[in-house]
Design a binder for this molecule. Structure first.
Ligand code: IPD
Ligand code: CA
Ligand code: CA
Length: 255
């Protein structure tokens, strides 16, 4: 199955790459900061057609078209273009994210970094890979030596999580905070030790499913802000190399 997920992620990535920098038809979703383009829709259509043809009994949860229930225990959780705002502004940081769950547990995940042509992938128990090279989290246990990343929800009013206070606290505690604009890539950058930690509120299951799994297979830890176990539907995500996790939980609690 992983080879199939990689294949369709790369095909969807070609559609996105061809659309990059072209005249886009931009529509607003919940508000004027929440965008969708014809390329998000074309990518999703391609991926869904592939699943329906090759895995006709599998369910699908996809960002732009919602849930398609089916008879099997398998569900594909699909973000056809993670980083649409970057894409719409010709900033080359975005991905295709596909996780597959069996009976509610993720068993495979692929994040395709389109412009760098890097496939991040993992299967249950396999470890995590970036273009066939095994990756693992950083060995840094000092928050002061850490590079962290976050993201912000489209609807800031929806959030009463004091995200800017947390942003400030983590900026002061670490070597720096970044905001890349593709949650799936944020997870993978923790998985390969570029970042030491990532946190965000109000992510969606399609932002989380593949990236969380890849990071866990790379030796990382993913919990809620209090260190509690979470699933892909959780609204508060703390994802780290494991070693700075408790320190980040402490900072979360204080801010
Ligand atoms: C968004 C990106 C971004 C995150 C937002 C997500 P989209 O996904 O992952 O990094 O901060 O919360 O919604 O809308 O580009 O698929
Ligand atoms: Ca997304
Ligand atoms: Ca998306």
């Amino acid at each position: 199955m992983i080879e199939d997920i990689i294949k369709i992620s790369k095909e969807a990535g070609s559609i996105i790459r061809n659309g990059f920098g072209t005249n886009l038809n931009i529509e607003f979703k919940t508000n004027e900061t929440n965008l969708v383009t014809q390329i998000d829709k074309a990518s999703e259509k391609l991926i869904k057609e592939f699943i329906s043809k090759n895995y006709p009994t599998h369910g699908i949860l996809a960002e732009e078209s919602g849930e398609t229930k089916n008879s099997s225990d398998f569900v594909w959780v699909v973000d056809p273009l993670d980083g649409t705002t970057n894409f719409a502004h010709s900033l080359p940081i975005f991905s295709v994210s596909i996780g597959v769950q069996k009976s509610g547990k993720t068993v495979a995940g692929v994040v395709y970094d389109v412009m760098q042509d890097i496939v991040y992938c993992a299967e249950k128990g396999s470890g995590a890979f970036a273009n066939d090279k095994k990756i693992s989290v950083s060995k840094n246990d000092n928050i002061g030596h850490s590079l962290l990343v976050t993201g912000f929800p489209y609807d800031l009013a929806e959030s009463n999580e004091k995200i800017f206070e947390k942003f400030e606290a983590f900026t002061r505690a670490s070597r720096g905070m970044r905001r890349l604009g593709s949650a799936a890539i944020d997870f993978c950058y923790v998985a390969k030790g570029v970042f030491d930690g990532f946190w965000e509120v109000y992510l969606h299951p399609w932002d989380v499913c593949a990236g969380k799994f890849i990071l866990e297979e790379a030796g990382g830890r993913v919990t809620g802000f209090d260190g509690e176990d979470i699933d892909i539907y959780s609204k508060k995500i703390l994802a780290t190399n494991g070693l700075i996790h408790n320190t980040m939980v402490d900072i979360m609690r204080k801010n």
